[in-house]
Design a protein around this ligand. Structure first.
Ligand SMILES: [Zn+2]
Ligand SMILES: [Zn+2]
Length: 170
């Protein structure tokens, strides 16, 4: 959804999205079920808009250790400032009146792409360390057996980064 600055009411406008463009085609996760997103936009002078957003969705991602797909509920709230790339946009007094930690995106045109913004936020909300269960046993480095489900007869490899490296060099 594209929102032009002049479509935003002086009192703020709220947009509800139940679909985010290209989200179903991402390589890093599989969309699982409905998407709920809400964005409230408020003008801040001629050249700035503050966005307050919230997204809820479930995705399936692959476990870092055993590669099994598992579901993650993503529920994230965020704030972002959009500023038009113009000389007036960066007068010092304006900048000072904005919270310092507000993430700012500079726009060439007075148009906000809500889908793009929401997609980025989904990525930011995904866990850094992706584990299907705490303490997932992972795959055997030698035979590939899923050690959560089975035991294998391979000689036990010492669990250290160097052992992993040694395996890769073979
Ligand atoms: Zn796992
Ligand atoms: Zn094995």
């Amino acid at each position: 959804m594209l929102v032009r600055f002049n479509e935003i009411s002086p009192h703020g406008s709220t947009f509800v999205l139940n679909e985010i463009r290209e989200l179903a085609e991402q390589q890093d996760f599989i969309l699982d079920g409905p998407v709920t997103a809400e964005c409230t936009l408020k003008r801040n002078g001629e050249s700035k808009v503050v966005l307050q957003g919230r997204i809820e969705l479930t995705v399936q991602i692959a476990c870092d250790r055993c590669l099994r797909l598992y579901s993650v509920e993503v529920c994230t709230e965020f704030q972002q400032l959009f500023a038009l790339d113009s000389d007036e946009a960066w007068q010092v007094k304006d900048v000072e009146s904005m919270p310092a930690d507000l993430e700012t995106e500079i726009l060439d045109e007075p148009v906000i792409d809500l889908d793009d913004t929401l997609r980025q936020q989904v990525y930011l909300a995904l866990p850094v360390k992706k584990l299907c269960v705490t303490g997932c046993a992972g795959l055997c480095l030698q035979c590939g057996a899923n050690l959560n489900e089975t035991t294998c007869t391979c000689e036990k490899v010492v669990d250290s980064p160097f052992a992993v490296l040694a395996q890769l060099k073979k």
